[in-house]
Write a protein that binds this ligand. Structure first.
Ligand SMILES: O=C(O)CCC(=O)C(=O)O
Ligand SMILES: [Fe+2]
Length: 291
């Protein structure tokens, strides 16, 4: 079989993100060889990336990303939901990012933090090689995961986010509350999955992220979008919503982002990742059982 000797932009992103998350270069090279890459090409590619040298890449699937109209962008400066008026503070088209005020009340932020304090576990990532969940040095925060509609507070928030984004509640993953202490961070990453890990039976690709800030951070802890030089300072009750997946199945590499280390105090956020379609398999299982 002919060996592969070029890499796609997507693979380059994947290698960089995997390195940042703390997986060692040897395991990444081994995974590449297993996938059919020439061994010496895999090694030299890794060396170039580690040494930050230029690398010839091809855009395997599609380029450039095609931006589609986003419902929220057309909604004016105040977004009315069933129980709250959300204020748009900032809008950016390419990549699509909005910064929103008054998304959660002070009490809702405090309740979410209170609910999560005793439930925190070290944050994990999905190992891009084994597909298993694991803790990594690049993501030092702690997190608490909630099922859809787990409590009435979570249901209220989920309904509100669905009304703001026009993405149905069932397209959302369970809410994830994250806590960062001084020095803790989440290194630059994409929220979307590598193409080979998209499960079309289970919601498909992630297309957008709703990130809610639950407290003010005295210093550090900003969410940074390094490709566009944007820095969002956490403010209690505000949220950043960004969109990076279109109806053609493309993903927007401009959505790279990180949470830089907290310098003073602590940081609390809640993340809602949104998929292309419904995640739950319940309906399918019921269909099979009724046959
Ligand atoms: O905490 C932040 O500012 C970023 C969190 C994040 O990127 C995520 O949850 O995917
Ligand atoms: Fe993220």
């Amino acid at each position: 079989m002919e060996k592969i000797t070029r890499i796609s932009n997507e693979l380059k992103d994947w290698i960089q993100q995997t390195l940042r998350s703390g997986v060692n270069p040897e395991s990444i090279v081994a995974a590449m060889v297993k996938k059919g890459f020439d061994q010496s090409f895999a090694y030299s590619t890794m060396l170039r990336i580690l040494n930050k040298q230029s690398l010839e890449t091809v855009d395997a699937s599609q380029s450039p990303y095609m931006y589609e109209p986003i419902d929220l962008a057309k909604r004016g400066n105040i977004i009315a939901t069933t129980d709250r008026e959300i204020k748009v503070l900032l809008k950016m088209d390419k990549p699509f990012i909005t910064y929103l005020d008054n998304v959660l009340s002070t009490e809702e932020c405090d309740q979410l933090i209170h609910l999560s304090r005793n439930r925190l576990q070290p944050s994990e990532i999905i190992d891009p090689i084994t597909g298993e969940k694991k803790s990594v040095p690049g993501r030092t925060s702690k997190g608490a995961y909630y099922h859809l509609n787990e409590t009435s507070l979570i249901s209220t928030i989920e309904r509100r986010l669905a009304e703001i984004t026009s993405h149905p509640i069932e397209h959302g993953e369970g809410l994830q509350v994250l806590n960062y202490d001084v020095g803790e961070e989440y290194k630059a990453h994409f929220d979307y999955f590598p193409a080979n890990q998209v499960d079309t039976e289970k919601g498909g690709q992630r297309v957008a992220t709703f990130l809610l800030y639950l407290n003010d951070v005295a210093a550090g802890g900003e969410t940074i979008f390094p490709k566009i030089g944007l820095s969002i300072v956490p403010k209690k009750g505000t949220a950043v919503y960004f969109h990076y997946g279109n109806s053609y199945g493309q993903v927007d590499r401009m959505s790279l982002h990180s949470s830089i280390p907290v310098l003073t105090g602590e940081k609390w956020v809640a993340t809602k990742w949104i998929r292309q379609t419904t995640i739950s398999q319940k309906k399918k299982t019921e269909e099979v059982l009724s046959k």
